[in-house]
Design a binder for this molecule. Structure first.
Ligand SMILES: Cc1cc2nc3c(=O)[nH]c(=O)nc-3n(C[C@H](O)[C@H](O)[C@H](O)COP(=O)(O)OP(=O)(O)OC[C@H]3O[C@@H](n4cnc5c(N)ncnc54)[C@H](O)[C@@H]3O)c2cc1C
Length: 469
């Protein structure tokens, strides 16, 4: 159902002087999906670099009750930018002109459409590092990362996006432009609105600028790949290493299904008979790394690793990390539909979660591939299926519910980094309880009294369930 009338469209054209207003069906179709599934056509798409124009559009939307959806590069795996109730999509990927590295204050000032990998590169050129590194960093925007509070392999040692944001410029759902925080490392002036906006999935406002904290780049890295004949042993190796005093910068797990998928996709000599491989990266002073990598090898062997490989040069190092990067493109070749979950458990419960996932896989006879940032408990159980196969999808829905239930029972959470979006909204009460969810709704109500900002996300809506078609 169209929510934008000819009169609205006329007003939109008057406001947008420096950008583009897209109304052709073919253009709008390009904005109807993201990295999850489900297709929802917006009424209109706006591309503008002008914060003032965006603010005026939001005032119009707020006055007329038109839904608006901020969107970066639409790599969201939870349905975050989908225009589920029609209305206006703001393509913020075009807002990419500011990327300043301030070496004295150790911060980066960025526009929301800048790709995260560009921030990594700009910081590294000055001997600095912006640690959050979602695996999608070459294709996702910093605005999307901020809205989703994205993590990544380095989250284990360095934390996630929220740990590096100290200031924001935000357009509120009523069209005001506000600044939160600033360039100072310390700031306790009132409520921390910066942290409230980060991770709010575009439901509380539109981020139009961010100030990010940078740190000195570690001088060296070392990597290791350990093979296991048992997935649960790999889980035990993770706990063992983390309780030994070694804090890897990355600790990634690939199960047998993902190893085989990568080998079929791009043969690189991975051990297809192993049940799991564990990939480790350590960073710091080269002398300390020499000791730590040997210790990590011994710890893996002590819990049943079959074989440990320590790359001798950068090429070998890149090769083992390439394997992990290829998992996502490799598994989508198996079947057309990929359901990416990121239920997360406390580190000590990783072996239990591995066991529960194996049970769920067998119980529902689903194609479950497990990989991910295992060091911080953030496994990525991915279900590979075909959304046109009704029988399979019925089993998949039950399996997804059981994955969430297992994570919560083990003291974990529905989502470690991909966000709630539309996909996990029906399960929110399971984790938060009614009172917890109500408190969140009250915050939303205070910021967005007319419910125009990215509706249909985070909060369950009547009749909403895991929509697989
Ligand atoms: C192959 C692959 C690997 C991935 N790996 C990781 C990973 O390792 N870690 C991880 O955390 N995620 C990962 N993701 C998920 C995804 O890349 C992240 O959520 C990313 O931050 C989304 O950025 P985007 O620019 O694509 O935003 P979009 O998908 O366009 O939007 C995401 C959300 O942010 C909101 N939004 C976007 N821009 C703004 C803005 N300026 N102001 C307010 N709200 C805004 C949208 O409304 C939406 O709710 C991966 C995805 C893929 C496809």
């Amino acid at each position: 159902m169209k929510v934008i009338s000819a009169k609205h469209l006329n007003e939109i054209h008057q406001i947008v002087q420096s950008g583009r207003v897209l109304t052709d069906e073919s253009d709008r179709y390009s904005y109807s999906f993201d990295g999850s599934f489900g297709t929802f056509l917006p009424d209109v798409v706006i591309q503008t670099k002008s914060v003032q124009e965006l603010a005026e559009l939001i005032k119009l939307a707020n006055r007329e009750g038109i839904p608006v959806y901020p969107r970066g590069q639409a790599t969201s795996l939870s349905g975050g930018p989908l225009p589920v109730h029609g209305g206006m999509v703001f393509d913020l990927s075009v807002m990419d002109d500011v990327l300043e590295i301030d070496e004295e204050d150790l911060v980066a000032v960025v526009s929301p459409g800048v790709l995260t990998a560009s921030i990594h590169k700009a910081a590294e050129e000055k001997g600095l590092m912006y640690p959050p590194d979602p695996s999608s960093s070459h294709v996702s925007t910093i605005g999307g990362n901020l809205a989703e509070n994205s993590g990544g392999p380095r989250g284990l040692k360095y934390g996630v996006t929220k740990d590096y944001v100290i200031g924001l410029e935000v357009i509120t759902p009523e069209g005001d432009i506000i600044q939160t925080g600033g360039k100072t490392v310390k700031n306790v002036t009132g409520y921390d609105l910066t942290k409230l906006i980060v991770g709010s999935e575009g439901t509380l406002g539109i981020i139009t600028k961010a100030i990010l904290r940078l740190i000195p780049k570690p001088p060296a890295t070392a990597s290791l790949m350990a093979e296991f004949i048992n997935l649960v042993d790999a889980g035990r190796a993770i706990s063992k290493i983390l309780s030994s005093g070694i804090l890897p910068s990355k600790m990634e797990l690939m199960d047998r299904a993902s190893i085989i998928a990568v080998e079929n996709y791009q043969p690189m000599g991975l051990p297809v008979d192993a049940e799991a491989i564990l990939l480790l990266e350590l960073d710091g002073h080269p002398l300390a790394l020499k000791d730590e990598i040997v210790k990590a090898e011994q710890l893996c062997m002590s819990v049943g690793a079959n074989k440990v490989k320590i790359p001798k040069n950068n090429n070998e190092k890149e090769e083992i990390w390439k394997a992990r990067k290829l998992v996502s493109p490799a598994i989508v070749r198996i079947k057309p539909t990929k359901i990416s979950e990121d239920a997360t458990v406390p580190r000590s419960r990783i072996p239990d979660m591995c066991e529960r996932l194996q049970q769920i896989k067998e119980k529902y006879q689903i194609h479950l591939v497990v990989f991910g940032h295992a060091g911080d408990g953030n496994l990525h159980p991915n279900i590979i299926c075909d959304k046109n196969d009704e029988d399979e999808m019925a089993r998949v829905e039950k399996a997804v519910t059981e994955i969430f239930t297992a994570a919560i029972e083990l003291g974990g959470t529905l989502s470690g980094e991909h966000g709630i979006g539309t996909m996990k909204a029906p399960f929110m009460e399971m984790e938060l309880g009614k009172a917890g969810l109500d408190m969140m709704k009250r915050i939303k109500e205070a910021w967005d009294p007319n419910h125009i900002m990215n509706p249909g996300k985070i909060f369950p809506e009547p009749g909403q369930k895991l929509e697989l078609k």
